[in-house]
Design a protein around this ligand. Sequence first.
Ligand SMILES: O=C(c1ccccc1)c1ccc(-c2nc3ccccc3n2[C@H](C(=O)NC2CCCCC2)C2CCCCC2)cc1
Length: 233
Amino acid sequence: KEKIEITKEQQALMKIILDAYNRHQIPQDVAKKLLQDQYSAEENFLLLTEMATSQVQVLVEFTKNIPGFLSLDHEDQIALLKGSAVEAMFLRSAQVFSRKMPKGHTEVLEARIRKSGISEEFMTPMFNFYKSIGELHMVQEEQALLTAITILTPDRPHVKDQHAVERLQESMLDVLRKLCALQHPQEPQYFARLLGRLTELRTLNHYHTEMLTSWRMNDHKFTPLLCEIWDVQ
Ligand SMILES: O=C(c1ccccc1)c1ccc(-c2nc3ccccc3n2[C@H](C(=O)NC2CCCCC2)C2CCCCC2)cc1
């Protein structure tokens, strides 16, 4: 049994990532709002765009704290943020959805989301993803590292220096691999399952434009930031 140990600098890296992740949480809790009241499709869409706009701002702050990110080529920094924003939003939504809630609240939340205005065809892949994230029972460190790994995906569109991004992503993957081995000693395949979720995330990203434009309402209004990030309008 080879001895798994996280080095001093890897511990420091994990602490930086975790602090940044916890510092940059979404301001108000969307799940609480959804559990309180039923909203119309228009109100839900407005809630989504407000939540997503603040999440993008939070994501930028989190990303700036990833060691080495600010040393990347500036245009590559933008390409990485733009390329990962939707995936990070779904990852965050999945974490909000799979958070421990009082009895029956998750079912109410799911029902509210199903009736929020998203078109039927996207419900299954979206909830399959949320449930597969929930089954992993990730600890905070794993969630933070997985978000950083998603952002540091080298093959996003328009990234010029992919090797520089690969090097940063690899150091995150190495810490995550060790953390999984330490946190889940009985589950040697846990790390692979975590990375499998990133593949599922890409498929959600793939049809995000139809998901947005097919909300059951007309005149979808987006903030300027979301027009940039979501390639809409
Ligand atoms: O259609 C969607 C879409 C959006 C952008 C690109 C492509 C598709 C699309 C549709 C629902 C959800 C989505 N899945 C959720 C799971 C749990 C809780 C809320 C969730 N949401 C939305 C939300 O506010 N997400 C926040 C979460 C914090 C981080 C920023 C985002 C609300 C919005 C009010 C109505 C009900 C769902 C997330 C996304």
